[in-house]
Design a protein around this ligand. Structure first.
Ligand SMILES: Nc1ncnc2c1ncn2[C@@H]1O[C@H](COP(=O)(O)OP(=O)(O)OP(=O)(O)O)[C@@H](O)[C@H]1O
Ligand SMILES: C[C@H](N)[C@H](N)CCCCCC(=O)O
Ligand SMILES: [Mg+2]
Length: 227
């Protein structure tokens, strides 16, 4: 079983966009894959439960199906920091509870599990802990999605430095073009290539529709997924 944690330089960096494309690419290669969105803030009521758009997108893109609660065990209505949303409704999120929820995902029969974080790398889950504490506890390899926009150099470099200080295995980063008119896009890309301490895995172009998945094919070999 292969597993990756998809983090981003910030909220709206494109974690769901990239995770969904990866799941669709894996489906094309007949892989049994599932997405996991442990924490989602920004949910609506449907069929008597809170559901989140990211989790639904991951479910639609995956080859392995599972009940909503398995894919997204912690769902909160307001689109705010999840630990604040949890506190408001008296829910405690802990590393152990996240690991218990992850055990359920592992039982769904997938060969590949892609877990999407929430917000950026330093995401509090309660008064003391961060989502990265769970990632570290699970020894999960990480992929960093850099939302290519002004400010991403700082976010990407601080994220990388923190991961290194924690001994996290970041397998690489993806340049995701969230801003189709970014000034000096190429120079920013080059600056990150020169400074980030792990390899670039793919460039994800600005695209409002699903792009041709073929362009991500090298990503699978970079992740040591046989095709
Ligand atoms: N490469 C891209 N081309 C065009 N639009 C994109 C691209 N990547 C992301 N977007 C758009 O930017 C917005 C934010 O992307 P996305 O939802 O994937 O971010 P996120 O990192 O998952 O955010 P969150 O922290 O809320 O989970 C979405 O509307 C998405 O469709
Ligand atoms: C609501 C939003 N789209 C995400 N689901 C949650 C983003 C949390 C960001 C926390 C922070 O770093 O300030
Ligand atoms: Mg998302």
């Amino acid at each position: 079983m292969k597993e990756f944690f998809i983090t981003g330089t910030d909220t709206d960096a494109g974690k769901t966009h990239v995770t969904s494309l990866l799941l669709k690419l894996l489906a094309q290669h007949k892989k049994q894959a599932i997405g996991f969105k442990p924490l989602a803030a920004g949910c609506e009521m449907a069929f008597d439960q809170l559901v989140n758009a990211d989790a639904l997108i991951l479910m639609e893109s995956a080859t392995v199906s599972a009940k909503y609660d398995v894919v997204n065990p912690f769902a909160f209505a307001p689109p705010i920091a999840p630990h604040i949303a949890a506190e408001k409704v008296g829910v405690s999120i802990t590393v152990d509870k996240l690991s218990d929820a992850y055990k359920n995902v592992k039982q769904q029969g997938a060969d590949i599990i892609l877990t999407e974080g929430a917000g950026g790398w330093a995401l509090p889950i309660n008064k003391n802990d961060y989502l990265y504490d769970w990632v570290k506890a699970e020894k999960m390899p990480v992929i960093l999605v850099v939302g290519m926009r002004l400010g991403c150099l700082n976010h990407a470099l601080l994220t990388a430095a923190h991961m290194q200080s924690m001994g996290i295995n970041c397998v690489g980063w993806i340049a995701n073009q969230v801003d189709k008119n970014m000034d000096e896009y190429q120079a920013n890309l080059d600056s990150l290539k020169a400074r980030l301490p792990f390899p670039i895995l793919a460039i994800s172009p600005y695209s409002e529709q699903t792009p041709k998945l073929q362009i991500y094919k090298s990503l699978l070999s970079a992740l040591s997924i046989n095709t």
